[in-house]
Write a protein that binds this ligand. Sequence first.
Ligand code: DQA
Length: 147
Amino acid sequence: PSILVLNGPNLNLLGQREPELYGRETLDDVRRLCEREGETLGLRVDFRQSNHEGVLVDWVHEARGTAAGLLVNAGAYSHTSLALHDALRAFEGPILEVHLSNIYRREAFRHHSYVSLAATGVICGLGSEGYRIALQALRARLAAAAG
Ligand code: DQA
C-alpha cells in the first residue's frame, strides 16, 4: 500500500524558521525518516511539500484511487482552508493529521483545524516523531480494514 504524505506552506523552511519551535531537523530529514519507517512497515511513502493551496487540493484528488492513506501536515492552511477540508472529505481512506508543534499551547487561531474535521486522527506536539507514529497508525488501520 501507498501513503501520500502532504506538507503545506513554509514547511520547506523547516530547520531554518523558528527552530526553537520546530527544531533543527530539515524537511529532507523528515522525508528520510518517513521513507525508512515506510520500509519497516511495508508502506510505499510518497512525500511532498507545496506552498500552494490548490496544489495540495490537486494532490488529494490524485490520491483518490492511488493512495491507501494520507498523512497531512497542512501548516497554516489547517486553520484556514475549506477547500482542503472538502478535498479530504472526498478521500475514502484513513487520514492522519500531524503537527510538529503542540498547536493547543500556541495562539488561539491555531486551536481550530479544518483538517481535523476530515481526519481519522490527530497527532501534535511530538515533532517529527509524530510522522513516524502516524505512519504506524495508518498501517494498523489499513491492516484492520484488509481483515
Ligand atoms: C504546523 C502548525 C501550524 O499552526 C503552522 O502554521 C505551521 C506548522 C506544525 O507542524 O506545527 O506551519 O502545522
